[in-house]
Ligand binder design. Structure first.
Ligand SMILES: *Cc1c(COP(=O)(O)O)cnc(C)c1O
Ligand code: SF4
Length: 311
């Protein structure tokens, strides 16, 4: 994937953040000859209309674009990001809306990408369409723009999207899902940008990806989740990095990941703790059980001090 780094992130790299450098700088060109796969089967198995991934019965993921303000080198959609192929014409938006309308079991639509806030015009059309579908009760905006370019959150176009969502409050509930991986990402400008989103009174949740040598340490994740928790952002999911060709350098040891999450569960409030999830190829999201239970004997478990408890 081509390197694309915003001035905001460039500044942080210059100021010495290795965590930012490893996420955005191209480390080697070795991966250029491999064709990244589609581990989640988004195109082949579950796409009934351009941009739509319908894997779980009641919710759909809507890829509004393949553009992002910066390119995260570990992106699951490495094969698509930056390409104009994901641009949606009005006709694509209409067919996707028709699909959603004709499936009233869908009550939850996740605008993703790419980054829906990078294409505010497209997002506005989508939101206006969703407003007229009574079965849609939740719309989520998955974004990393506050991290990539916090100033952009204050731009007139992005503000317009948030105002439009606010105007839809009687039609559906909006949630904002911010993708954030390391405490270095949460500087005062980013915190300000997130506060601007909060001011629209949408609940804000966060999503994180386990990244080798970036955040695969108890202390780093504890600091990240606490910073989020202190500012009113609820950590929602932490994903195991998808096993996409070309991303091997980012994939952590699964046993270590589980150990980290188990330790954090002993240290922190449940509010500050995201669910640890693996998105299994061709299957879907599966929560990983932490180390409190001696499976398969589910009558015994361990408490936060590691003492055995007989139920
Ligand atoms: C992650 C995902 C969702 C949303 O899952 P939740 O558990 O509801 O957050 C929906 N559809 C697809 C295809 C996804 O990958
Ligand atoms: S913001 Fe999300 S979709 Fe865009 S490159 Fe980063 S991980 Fe991928």
């Amino acid at each position: 994937m081509k390197e694309k780094i915003t001035p905001h992130l460039q500044r942080k790299i210059r100021d010495g953040s290795n965590a930012i450098a490893s996420q955005f700088q191209v480390q080697s060109t070795l991966g250029d000859n491999v064709t990244p796969n589609d581990p989640l089967g988004e195109e082949t198995l579950f796409s009934p209309a351009k941009g739509i991934v319908h894997k779980y019965p009641n919710r759909v993921l809507w890829k509004t674009t393949y553009h992002c303000a910066a390119h995260c080198q570990f992106c699951t959609r490495i094969r698509q990001i930056g390409s104009p192929d994901g641009d949606l014409e009005d006709a694509d938006i209409i067919s996707a809306l028709c699909y959603i309308q004709s499936h009233p079991e869908i009550d939850d639509v996740i605008l993703s990408g790419g980054d829906p806030l990078v294409v505010p015009q497209t997002s506005m059309r989508i939101i206006a369409g969703l407003r007229n579908i009574p079965s849609v009760r939740v719309v989520r905006i998955g974004t990393r723009l506050p991290i990539h370019s916090p100033k952009s959150i204050g731009s007139p176009q992005v503000k317009m999207v948030f105002r439009e969502l606010q105007a839809c409050a009687d039609n559906f509930q909006t949630y904002v899902l911010v993708h954030v991986n390391h405490p270095d990402e949460l500087d005062y400008e980013v915190v300000d940008a997130i506060r601007t989103i909060c001011a629209h009174s949408f609940p804000i949740l966060s999503q994180t990806v386990f990244l080798k040598n970036v955040n695969d340490k108890e202390d780093v994740l504890e600091e990240l989740f606490k910073k989020l928790y202190y500012m009113g952002v609820v950590p929602y999911y932490i994903y195991r990095c998808d096993y996409v060709k070309g991303l091997e350098q980012f994939v952590c040891d699964i046993v270590r990941e589980r150990e980290i999450m188990t330790t954090l569960h002993k240290r922190m409030s449940g509010i500050a703790l995201p669910q640890y999830i693996i998105d299994v190829e061709g299957v879907g999201k599966i929560p990983v059980p932490l180390g409190f239970w001696d499976v398969p004997d589910i009558t015994r478990c361990r408490d936060y001090q590691d003492k055995i408890v007989q139920l």
